[in-house]
Design a protein. Structure first.
Length: 135
């Protein structure tokens, strides 16, 4: 099972874990968050991330998801990238995370592609032309 690490600006990571736990009716295993606070030492963040990756990796790899490309959390992921073992994607959304969690029994490459598809497909315009089925 692919481990998932959320490396985000505080308090996003923990909030995403709470939301995923709500959807899945329990805390998904092998999922952790590191919430980076303002002015936090980047070397400290890199060490925390490496330690979390070691905890999460059972041999199937780890997907690190960050919030915005170019921010401190994503910049701290650059030295962690190891294609095929530790993959990093930026632009977290709840659809992205839920898709990654749903497909993480597959290979890490599949998990990355499904997470990206979830993020892209989850961004839709909502207006009065969309008809939801009545409850």
């Amino acid at each position: 099972m692919v481990g998932i690490l959320l490396l985000t600006h505080a308090p996003l990571g923990k909030a995403f874990i709470e939301a995923a736990s709500h959807v899945f009716r329990g805390l998904p295993e092998r999922l952790e968050a590191i919430d980076v606070v303002a002015d936090q030492d980047t070397q400290e963040v890199k060490v925390e991330a490496q330690e979390a990756i070691c905890r999460l990796d059972t041999g199937d790899g780890v997907l690190v998801i960050t919030d915005v490309m170019g921010g401190t959390p994503s910049n701290c992921t650059l030295p962690l990238c190891q294609p095929g073992r530790i993959e990093v994607i930026a632009g977290i959304s709840l659809p992205m995370l839920l898709r990654a969690l749903t497909y993480r029994s597959a290979s890490i490459d599949v998990v990355v592609e499904m997470a990206l598809a979830g993020g892209q497909g989850g961004a839709v315009r909502v207006d009065n032309r969309i008809r939801l089925s009545p409850n």
